[in-house]
Design a protein around this ligand. Structure first.
Ligand code: FRU
Length: 615
């Protein structure tokens, strides 16, 4: 058996000293022994907080079995670097201090000899270190949207408000920026804008499987046996089967203990993403569960979160049916301007969204504690409705127990079509701005959902960069610069009048020739968003796209709130009656906005541009 001690010397020899992004060079602290063409043992020989694992995204996954005092502690799948290092990810060693730690690594890449296997880049860079640098080094990392510090993120999970703190968990891979090792990461905030990240996952894959999506709720009556007011999470344990598990929090939502009696609910078919709430009127827990491949949501009830009874199913043959149904949420909201209340059932689907890939559809209706009955049109048909008309709004669900009866929601700002290929490395994906969900009655008599940026978002405003009164619009564009000092990151508030049949065009441009074109078609009552020339688009054929939203107006006017961040644009129209969320990766920040008429004469009634700040 041959031992190689890695270190600075080895790095210098191999030429990898040029790579530094995330690797702290301090100390090596490992002894490596190559057992065969695809099997290597790594022994930790120095004390340190982390073992830095070098990742090359294009490489296949290696299985990393972590043995502590000879016993299997956990296994990870990591794309260990072969020919180049894209970034490193940290394995926390602190909790094993004083113990014997060995990694048994099985790589899948075929090697003709041990000598060849030894040449993999990862062996030279693997290092024990006391620091892991998470400061941002990517130009597309949003300034004010929630992102993980590093690694892959998809759905928001376990969202709950408790004692003044918003707890936002999320599907997280702490060991790479592609989907794998699904765990729950957690960030917390007191203002929905500034997030404190917990460095470690709060739920990690265990013997029952990876930790898929789910919800959290406060058990005010102590019905589940974890104490009055305990925060309890329910999630899907995903391995050969998808089964539902509980975890209770001993500290008001910051950490979770897995319930030893798991699973609490099993089905013979694929079901996931449990979302529960306490139904005050009925005096029981209600659980909606995505019966993914059956394109329906199942509704269960329970007195204690442990014994669940199937009460009904909803959705077969209704709404968009093209993809799997995932991530449900069920809640009641008042209908604006009436005394009425209605229930909303969110049914995220993938693929099958209006512009391809994933999207959030919803149904309005009534719920009697056991069964959801959707609103239908006069002819008995149930209309398909979308919560957001962009391509990058998915897995949207709400915070439970939000104060003052508000229904605050967040979605994952990406699309399964290309989420793993977007041009970022250190992290992948952000969440949408927090939004307040509401209901309004459309001119067609149907009930629709509105979503407006949460009021806390206004605190992002730095200064009023530009304000302008009424301006006539014709074919010649009125162009206004965006706050350059702030990389063009801003909120734009505009009110436009296009006449009954007019077409107004809003363009965002930069000096690199990238542009985003939005067209308000007053005759069609639509707003389109064209990102086909928005910058970097070639990482996926599904990325270049035009998305179109109904504008829910009849008078040829729209008011818009447009939020620009480094790699996203969110448009809220007519007080949240429609929303449109699209990612963009411009080669340089957008430097100007212009308004013109493609058809007819119009007016820019008012315009305000605020630069936004992170702190
Ligand atoms: C939705 C989803 C969920 C699942 C999770 C896995 O985006 O597919 O249904 O629980 O992602 O990461």
């Amino acid at each position: 058996m041959e031992y190689i001690k890695t270190g600075l010397k080895a790095m210098l020899l191999s030429g990898f000293i040029a790579f530094s992004p995330l690797a702290a060079m301090a100390g090596n602290g490992v002894e490596i022994s190559h057992l065969g063409v695809n099997n290597t043992l790594v022994r930790i020989i120095d004390d340190g907080k982390y073992l830095l694992l070098p990742v090359q995204e294009a490489n296949e996954e290696a299985r990393v079995n972590i043995l502590v005092d000879g016993k299997l502690e956990k296994s990870l799948n990591v794309r260990l670097a072969k020919s180049k290092v894209d970034y490193t990810v940290p394995l926390n060693l602190e909790k094993y201090r004083g113990h014997d730690v060995v990694l048994n690594i099985v790589t899948t890449q075929g090697r003709s000899s041990v000598r060849e296997a030894k040449e993999d880049a990862c062996w030279n860079i693997l290092a024990v270190a006391d620091t892991f640098d998470t400061s941002n080094r990517e130009r597309f990392r949003p300034l004010y949207h929630h992102t993980p510090l590093y690694g892959w993120m998809n759905d928001p999970n376990g969202m709950v408000y408790k004692d003044g703190v918003w707890h936002l968990c999320y599907q997280w891979n702490p060991y790479g920026s592609k989907w794998q090792n699904l765990s729950w990461g957690q960030s917390t905030s007191t203002d929905l804008i500034h997030w404190t990240h917990q460095p470690e996952a709060v739920l990690e894959p265990d013997g029952l499987g990876m930790i898929f999506s789910g919800s959290a709720a406060i058990d005010h009556t102590g019905s589940a046996g974890f104490g009055n007011g305990a925060v309890i999470a329910m999630y899907t344990s995903a391995d050969a089967s998808q089964i539902q598990s509980l975890a209770s929090s001993p500290d008001g939502g910051y950490t979770y203990d897995v319930y030893p009696g798991n699973p609490v609910l099993t089905l013979e078919s694929e079901a996931r993403d449990p979302n529960m709430f306490w139904d005050e009127k009925a005096g029981h827990w209600v659980l909606t569960l995505a019966h993914a491949l059956d394109h329906e949501m199942l509704i269960f009830t329970s007195p204690d979160m442990k014994e669940w009874t199937l009460q009904s199913s909803f959705g077969k043959g209704l709404g968009a049916q093209d993809g799997v149904w995932e991530c449900p949420d069920l809640f009641e909201l008042p209908v604006e301007g009436t005394d009425e209340k209605k229930w909303v059932l969110l049914c995220n689907i993938n693929p099958g969204g209006p512009f391809g890939g994933s999207a959030t559809q919803y149904f309005t209706g009534n719920f009697d504690g056991k069964t959801f009955t959707p609103d239908s049109d006069e002819d008995g048909s149930v209309p398909t409705k979308w919560m957001d008309y962009g391509k990058d709004h998915y897995a949207t669900v709400s915070f439970s127990d939000a104060p003052g009866g508000r229904r605050t929601v967040m979605g994952w700002m990406s699309n399964w079509q290309y989420a793993a290929d977007v041009p970022t490395l250190q992290f992948r994906s952000a969440n949408t701005l927090p939004r307040e969900a509401g209901l309004f009655r459309g001119d067609d008599g149907r009930t629709y959902m509105s979503s407006t940026p949460s009021p806390e978002v206004e605190a992002l405003r730095d200064r009023l960069f530009k304000s302008s009164g009424r301006k006539s619009l014709g074919s010649k564009a009125v162009t206004i610069p965006l706050p350059e000092a702030n990389d063009g990151i801003c909120e734009i508030i505009a009110e436009l009048q296009a006449g009954k049949q007019g077409k107004a065009v809003i363009e965002l441009k930069n000096r690199a020739g990238d542009k985003v074109m939005m067209t308000y078609d007053a005759g069609e009552h639509t707003l389109s968003f064209d990102r086909r020339e928005s910058g970097i688009i070639d990482f996926s054929n599904d990325f270049p796209a035009v998305t179109v939203s109904p504008t829910f107006e009849s008078d040829g006017r729209i008011s818009l709130r447009i939020f620009i961040d480094r790699s996203s644009i969110e448009v809220f129209g007519n007080d949240g009656r429609f929303a449109m969320t699209n990612l963009v990766f411009p080669n340089e920040p957008f430097g100007s906005i212009s308004f013109s008429m493609e058809q007819g004469k119009g007016k820019l009634n008012s315009l305000r541009i605020y630069s936004l700040k992170a702190e």
